[in-house]
Design a protein around this ligand. Structure first.
Ligand SMILES: [Zn+2]
Length: 275
């Protein structure tokens, strides 16, 4: 796996590999995306490209020792902050990360730390993180992943290079878009609930995919607002607005620290949209 295989847009690919090629690697980045993108995977591939011993045009070679270790998830220079059972990143997790970054890498000259769920960081954790951003350790690179960068303190944002990723169009995203389209149509035509639920069966156990589907559904509805197709006339604007609200609320309940079960949240949202 490398950045090339992720199905990200050409533009994003060029920007990320351009950073590695130039060697002008900053201390901190934020990847913001709320649309069906596996940010952790993206961060891992970016980290791999940064740590690769023999980068190919700014992308990971996938053959060197650093790459192979990363692929086996045992590259010690790629560190993920611990996410609690409830899906949040706690102050202690940041503290642990900081301790790790203070130690020199055993091999290579750089560590890359990834902080998933940037939106879930408490104020205390963010203030702790801020110290590291203000006094970076050696060559360390920190990548913060967030659905919405506005959930991070301004002082954190101002010290990071922010990537707002909204142009994700990977095959997987397209598949999810098709499913969302189908579900939206079934709902408006009053298909029985059990049949709609059945469509989502495969993705229910996967929290990431459930959120991805909700994003895709939101896009379907938002498109309907601007579309003039005969199909769109079936939908009342109020129905669409309330569907988007319900989906936003459901996503929030999944991603927030209260950590509602994703499958339950999806079903509940579909029921509410169905009215
Ligand atoms: Zn490599």
């Amino acid at each position: 796996m490398s950045l090339k295989n992720l199905g990200i847009s050409e533009n994003l690919y060029k920007r990320l590999t351009g950073i590695v090629k130039s060697g002008n690697i900053m201390h901190a980045y934020i990847f913001e995306s709320s649309f069906g993108l596996d940010k952790e995977e993206l961060a891992t591939e970016f980290a791999k490209a940064i740590l690769c011993e023999n980068p190919q045009d700014g992308d990971a070679c996938d053959g060197c020792r650093a790459c192979r270790r990363a692929e086996n998830e045992n590259n010690e220079n790629i560190i993920f902050a611990e996410v609690s059972d409830k899906g949040s990143v706690k102050d202690e997790a940041i503290e642990k990360l900081q301790e790790n970054l203070k130690r020199k890498p055993l091999e290579g000259d750089r560590k890359v730390a990834v902080i998933p769920g940037g939106d879930t960081l408490t104020a205390r954790a963010q203030n702790r993180l801020l110290k590291t951003l203000e006094e970076p350790q050696g060559n360390a690179v920190i990548i913060i992943l967030a659905d919405n960068v506005e959930n991070l303190l301004k002082t954190i944002r101002s010290r990071c290079v922010i990537f707002r990723i909204s142009d994700y169009s990977a095959a997987r995203g397209a598949e999810m878009a098709d499913l969302a389209q189908e579900i939206a149509e079934m709902m408006i035509s009053g298909a029985p609930t059990y049949r709609i639920f059945k469509m989502t069966e495969d993705i229910l156990p996967d929290r990431g995919k459930v959120v991805e589907l909700m994003d895709a559904l939101e896009l379907v509805y938002r498109d309907l607002l601007v579309s003039r197709s005969p199909k769109s006339r079936l939908y009342k604007r109020q129905y669409i607005y309330s569907a988007v609200d319900i989906l936003e609320e459901a996503k929030h309940s999944i991603l927030s620290s209260s950590g509602v079960n994703a499958g339950y949240a999806l079903k509940n949202a579909l029921l509410r949209i169905g009215g």
